[in-house]
Write a protein that binds this ligand. Structure first.
Ligand code: F6P
Length: 322
């Protein structure tokens, strides 16, 4: 394989640049010509290929986001859109494609690979909901941002005897919320995967107040049935019972920005290099992920349309340690 391309798709994740850098440098070292595709699948449809050499990816490993740009592309979900992308790849003599992204992006890779094009996915999303990788690019940084928010909220919360409902990203997956709650010592956590009666949360907060805590943190996953806004509405009628005054903080996209952590830079580098190795060996239609402390290529057909479950033992631990 002599000409390959790389794109980033879906929500950006800190560490994507490390993966791009690794694809470009590993590919070049193997004697390949490497092209970056700007703006994900929409750039692919429009044939936006940029030749990239080792120097073009200098000074990017410490940067968040993606130097290639990303997009959520509706056109690529249609057969006509995918045909255009295939024509652009073939027309530019590209023989293999690396797709760095999460669930939706890898559904796209699978579709392209089913059309006969050699594609390798790289597991990248802050949500950590992708089957085929224990941990995905961006998770560690996003988690540490949530943790820093908790630490800061505890400081201001203690000064005012307040409880904070902190909503974190993660789509329908509670991984980030659960891990942030454990690492931040939150009073409780609300996940999409576990049904909760909001009266129970009132009790937990009231109990914390009675025990003399100076603050309380409830970490809420954005995809939970009761997100932070709904929970705050419910709590309006229970203010006296709770004791603490309540405030809501929604972290949102703040979690996706910022410089990638060491772990995300290393993971991005390993997975990016691993993807090029797969293309070079002729191993296509796979997702390169990190499983049991090693690189692993999992067939895309076993990845798409699935969601990784959360670890219920960790959920129990979060409850015990509150
Ligand atoms: O998938 C990553 C993610 O940040 C989710 O956690 C979040 O629900 C979603 O993307 C937000 O999407 P957008 O950036 O399109 O608003």
């Amino acid at each position: 394989m002599k000409r390959i391309a790389v794109l980033t798709s879906g929500g950006d994740a800190p560490g994507m640049n490390a993966a791009i850098r690794a694809v470009v440098r590993t590919g070049t070292q193997k004697g390949m010509e490497v092209f970056g595709v700007s703006l994900g699948y929409s750039g692919l449809i429009d044939g936006k290929f940029i030749p990239m050499g080792p120097r073009d990816v200098g000074g990017i490993i410490q940067k968040g986001g993606t130097i290639l740009g990303s997009a959520r592309c509706e056109e690529f979900k249609t057969e006509a859109g995918r045909m255009k992308a295939l024509r652009a790849l073939n027309g530019n003599g590209i023989e293999g494609l690396v797709v760095i992204g999460g669930n939706g992006s890898q559904t796209g890779s699978y579709a392209l690979s089913e059309m006969g094009f050699p594609v390798v996915g790289v597991a990248s999303t802050i949500d950590n909901d992708l089957v085929g990788s224990d941990i995905t690019i961006g998770v560690d940084t996003a988690l540490n941002i949530a943790l820093e928010a908790i630490d800061r909220l505890k400081v201001t919360g203690s000064s005012h005897q307040r409880a904070f409902l902190l909503e974190v990203m993660g789509r329908k997956c509670g991984y980030l919320a659960l891990m942030a709650a454990i690492a931040g010592g939150a009073e409780t956590v609300i996940l999409p995967e576990v049904d909760v009666d909001p009266h129970e949360i009132v009790e937990i907060l009231a109990n914390a107040y009675e025990r003399g805590k100076s603050h309380a943190i409830v970490v809420v996953a954005e995809g939970a049935k009761y997100n932070a806004t709904k929970l705050a509405e419910f709590f309006e009628e229970h203010n006296e019972e709770i004791g603490f005054a309540l405030r809501v903080t929604i972290l949102g996209h703040v979690q996706r920005g910022g410089s990638p952590s060491a772990q995300d830079r290393i993971l991005g580098s390993r997975l990016g290099a691993g993807a090029v190795d797969c293309l070079a060996k002729g191993e296509y239609g796979v997702l390169v992920g990190w499983v049991s402390n090693a690189l692993k290529a999992t067939p895309l057909k076993d990845v798409v349309g699935k969601t990784k479950p959360i670890d219920m033992e960790l959920f129990e631990l979060a409850r015990i340690l509150d």
